[in-house]
Design a protein around this ligand. Sequence first.
Ligand SMILES: *Cc1c(COP(=O)(O)O)cnc(C)c1O
Length: 350
Amino acid sequence: MKIIDLRSDTVTRPTDAMRKAMFNAEVGDVVMGDDPTVNDLERMGAELFGKESCLFTASGTMSNQVAVLSLCNSGEQIIVHNKSHMYNLEVAGLGRVCGVQPRPIEAVNGEYNLKDLEENIIQPAIQTAPTTLICIENTFDLNKGLVVSKKHIDDVCKLAHKYGIPVYMDGARVLNAAIALGISPKKLCENVDMVSVCLSKGLGCPIGALLAGNKKDIEKAKFMRQMLGGGWRQGGVIAAAGIVALKNLNRLSEDHEKAQNLGKKLKALGFGVDLNQVQTNIINIDLSSFDIEAKAFCQILSKFNVKAKPIGLNNIRMITHMDVTFEELDRVEEAVKATIKELDFYRYKD
Ligand SMILES: *Cc1c(COP(=O)(O)O)cnc(C)c1O
């Protein structure tokens, strides 16, 4: 029986159309600048975000590091969400690779308190590490996939720019945000200085991310990508899948519908699911009304051929994506019911 893997949208496999495009890709040498397929993908990426230039990188993590290396110098300070990927899940790359000091600030549902943000902008002085970058993440929180509004992004940009500080958006899933908001990625990102997006999540590519910004910054980013070992040679083989993906962005809305559908099913079974917070393709599920730990729950669930990701003691995450059909969500529901039965944990805590 097919395993339904809801741990992440990164598990999506390249489609037949992508594999064909990869097979037939025209290629050159990326470092020498003459891979036509990579050049095409980068042009499409620049257009998508309404920026002058774009760079194809190996991953979202690489894009983040390259962005910081391009916009900041060692010994400076950058503001990040305390729950951001950049701060929590990049093996301390901000410190070790970029040489910057991250200043983590709380952001409720991905929104900084603007006064708090302004007070945390550090000016150059004899004892300080000056703030030279403000980062935002959209969608926010990889265990929730919350959409950050255009207004908030614009407010942050306005404040940052008042101090001459650029804004970088870690937009691994920014296309999900744009679709949920019903506005173009270009409009959504019009005021941010640099933005990245993963091609290897909901869009289904095997590998890759894009980083878009102005010409000067992306020119520098090219050097930084090279330094990190991201100067591919015949990268067109990979970029070809990205081109197929960018022509089919609207497919992401289907993942959002699936998440709502599955979220409702789980809520009806007694799980803690806040449907207002199922804004894109991610469902955060609180198990605390059942007497069971997340890890144990996922272990049993996997026996019924469904995989979910434990996040913390009592929460699990399910992400819907293109390799799971609407019909298969019924199978997920059955597997969850079977798990409850097996555990015999109908015992609700009061
Ligand atoms: C997935 C993700 C990344 C990292 O992308 P990789 O391609 O896995 O390196 C960075 N930031 C956010 C918000 C993500 O969700």
